[in-house]
Design a binder for this molecule. Sequence first.
Ligand code: SIN
Length: 314
Amino acid sequence: MTLDTRVRLGTLELPNPVVAASGTFGHGDELGALCDPARLGAVTAKSQAPFAWAGNPPPRLQPVGAGLVNSVGLQGRGMDHWVTTELPALRALGARVIASVWGHTVDDFAAGAARLGPVTDQLVALEVNVSCPNLSHHGRPFAHDAAETAAVVQAVADVDLDVPLLVKLSPDVADLPGIAGRALEAGADALTLVNTARALVIDADLRRPVLGAGSGGLSGPALKPIALRAVHDVARAHPGVPIVGTGGVLSGLDAVEMLLAGASAVGVGTATFLEPRATLRILDELTQWCDRHGVTRVAELSGALRAPDREENP
Ligand code: SIN
């Protein structure tokens, strides 16, 4: 029995649902020798602003019990450098590339997106990263506020790049379906759910935060149940919305869970830090799970979660 691994994110068809999450697969072709990006559904690039940005002071990474807390702060050489240097390198490896843009202001997002105008034929989508928790200058991510999220998405949509727009949202909000709805109304074609959750790691001996920036964002296994809940709630509130479910996916089984919750594709991030080839292993495990369970189309798993059996579990 041949498994059909194709999935759709709106108008975008991917050969399989495994997508490298932004910031975890290098800026360009760094991981190419270890993990063939052409075999992945897509690779999301590290978010770039229309300017170079140094990011936060070290230390920036701290493993915790069930995950990793990072405070990288969106270090990057800027969108122009990415377009001329990193994108061609990634494309040369046959990757389907999702660009990613961030900014301090709404205008920054629009300016960063505009720099992609000459290379849209080399992209399969653009992700709008409004949810990085590591930018202290702004006070809070745009994604914590529905109106601010909508303003950014509208500004990027107005650039009219002719590629699908994904918007990456934060789990640290009271009404994620509401914010997702505003992003969709403003022009988002799909959602990436979720970015890291705000977190703090403390060195008790020093009585100080461990990370140079103070707080950071939690990813890895501890984030998975939160991400599943976020995907589930948004998928129920907005039936049919394409979602890249991201957060703590370390195995093919985790990917299956993310699809069942309502995702159409699955982002893999922290797993790649642990094991550079994790994305391909997860794809293989997902394929094997489908074979074992008589699933002939990966897409049929999306949103196929059953209701709890309340008679057995009163
Ligand atoms: C970072 O660079 O701080 C992580 C990226 C993100 O959380 O969006």
